[in-house]
Structure formats: C-alpha cells, structure tokens
Ligand binder design. Structure first.
Ligand SMILES: [Zn+2]
Length: 314
C-alpha cells in the first residue's frame, strides 16, 4: 500500500510544479497557464489537469507548446491565499531581479522562494524574444457571480476579443505587482482569468472551457479533435451571456491595516450599484458607492487588501 502510494505520488519539485506539458514544435506559440498563485484557489490546478487529459486523449497538440504550472505550492497545500505575503503583488521587475540574484536559502518569504522556483520553468520562455508567448493566470474569487478576463489595454489584448468572456480593462493598473502586468511589460500577451467562485464546480468548468478556447485561438489544438469541446463552449457562452462584454475600472476600495473592513452581504460580481449605495463598513463607519456601475470582486474572505472594485461598461 505504502509502496503504491509512493509510486503514484509526485516526488520531485518538477512533478509538483509542472501540471501539464505538451510540445509539438519550437516555432508555434507557447501558452503558459499558472494555477494556485493564491493557494485557496485550487481549481486552477484541477482545470490544467483536465485540459492535460483532454489534449492527451486527442493525440497531443497540432502546433506550439502548452505548459501548465502550479505557482504557490505550500499555500496550495495549506489551502490559504498566501503564507507570508500576497504572491500576486510582488511581480515588479526590480523584485523579480532581486529574487533571481538571491540564493534560495536567503529568500525572505515563502512567496519569493516560490517565484524563484517558478522562474526556473518560466525564464526560458520569458527571456526568449523570437517566439509568441501567451500567459494566463487562473484565479477564482470569494463572491458569487460571473467569470471575467483581466488584460491590459493595447494591441495584444485584441487577440483575446471574442473568447466568450467579459474583458476588464484598467484593473491591471490597480493590481500593482500582479504577474499578468509583469508578463505584459516583458512584451508577452498576458491575462488573468477569474473563473468564478472558489469551490463551485461551475468555476472549474469555466476554467477548462477558457483554456480550450485560448489554446484553440492560438492554434495549439483543433477543436473538432477535442472531446466535449462544444459542451464546454456552450457552457461558457451561457455563463457569459448575461454579463457586459467590455468594462473598465472606475473605482477601487483599498483596505488598510486596522480598517476592520466588512462587505455588506449579498453582493455579486456584475451586480449594478448606484451612487450613494451602502456597500460596506469599516472602523470609520459606512462606505458608500462613489458612482453608478457594476460591483466587482466584493471581498468575502479574510485575506486580501482590495475591498471591492466598481467597473463601468465601455
Ligand atoms: Zn486570486
């Protein structure tokens, strides 16, 4: 029994970190999916494993390369957002360079060590310029409501239009130090996909559907070869059909230490809110909406510094 377990369980860093890897050629685009940057958002890991299974059954890729990586292994194991600091707020070029230069044993936090380990797999792609690299960072959130895609403005994001997912512009500026911003600034196509509420099975289906759409968009897979491709497409189209397709950030509520921020119950993603509406409370009293718009990512968990966002249709 014990022997079997050890055969089936991963043994090396690479076994844990690399969730999927297919390579057809060196010339086509590389799609890199990151999962579990926040350890309580473990559906990203399951989604990449499912996509791995589907691609495998279809006989592999038709072009390019697909790499799926787990980001924050200790936080995933503990099922917490992070251990020492938010791993998705420290991807600044100067910090990433410092992480590259610092020996692993001198790393100050778990999350910096995780980035160092991740870079062993990412750097060969980040640092090469002659190939199209597409990053998708998979996340989920604590409130009910729809899925969406966060991507910086610009030419590269035009390639992502029509992926059956509302696109949110401007949040990447508000999420300082987010991985997607880092990869974008390195010259790659980069996005975060927010698949839905943590631990809801729809979220997992949304993530699988989105990864299939994305890999098909960049020519890695041929939809007709993939089992259930149409089923996944129908699912994600239905999920997105009630939501605005393009929105931009107009307001972000920052939580500071000691604020004792509490979101009022019942808010969902893309729920319309009115200027002056009572949204939350903190130690200073009631917090009201500064404008009309849609609610996004209201915080219903303990860890996190963003109370909520308000977005408006473009
Ligand atoms: Zn997240």
């Amino acid at each position: 029994m014990r022997k079997e377990e050890s055969i089936q369980s991963p043994e090396t860093e690479k076994d844990y970190r690399v969730l999927s890897h297919f390579k057809k050629d060196d010339s086509g685009p590389v799609v890199i999916a990151l999962a579990g940057m926040h350890g309580n958002e473990n559906y990203g890991v399951s989604a990449i494993r499912k996509v791995d299974e589907l691609i495998n059954e279809s006989g592999g890729l038709t072009s390019g390369e697909f790499l799926g990586l787990a980001a924050n292994l200790p936080a995933l194991k503990e099922r917490v957002r992070f251990i020492n600091e938010d791993m998705n707020r420290i991807w600044f070029p100067s910090i990433v360079d410092k992480i590259r230069r610092t020996p692993a044993e001198n790393m100050l936090t778990n999350e910096r060590l995780q980035i160092k380990k991740l870079l062993q797999f990412l750097d060969p792609y980040i640092l090469q310029s002659n190939r199209e690299v597409v990053f998708v960072d998979l996340h989920s959130f604590s409130a009910p409501g729809g899925l969406f895609l966060i991507t910086p403005r610009g030419k590269r994001s035009e390639k992502l239009v029509g992926l059956s997912t509302p696109m949110i512009f401007g949040i990447d500026d508000a999420l300082q130090g987010a991985a997607l911003r880092f990869f974008h600034d390195q010259g790659h196509t980069a996005m975060a996909f927010e698949g839905g509420m943590h631990h809801e099975s729809r979220t997992l289906t949304n993530m699988v559907a989105f990864l299939l759409l994305l890999t098909a968009r960049f020519g890695l897979i041929q939809p007709h070869l993939l089992k259930d491709y149409e089923v996944y497409q129908k699912h994600i189209r239905a999920e997105a059909s009630k939501l605005p397709q393009k929105v931009e950030l107009v307001y972000k509520h920052i939580i500071e230490p000691g604020d004792r921020f509490v979101m009022r119950p019942g808010f969902e993603n893309f729920q319309p809110v009115k200027e002056g509406e009572w949204l939350a409370d903190d130690q200073t009293g009631r917090i009201f909406s500064p404008c009309d718009g849609y609610m996004l990512m209201p915080l219903y968990q303990e860890q996190g510094d963003d109370g909520f966002f308000i977005v408006r249709e473009v």
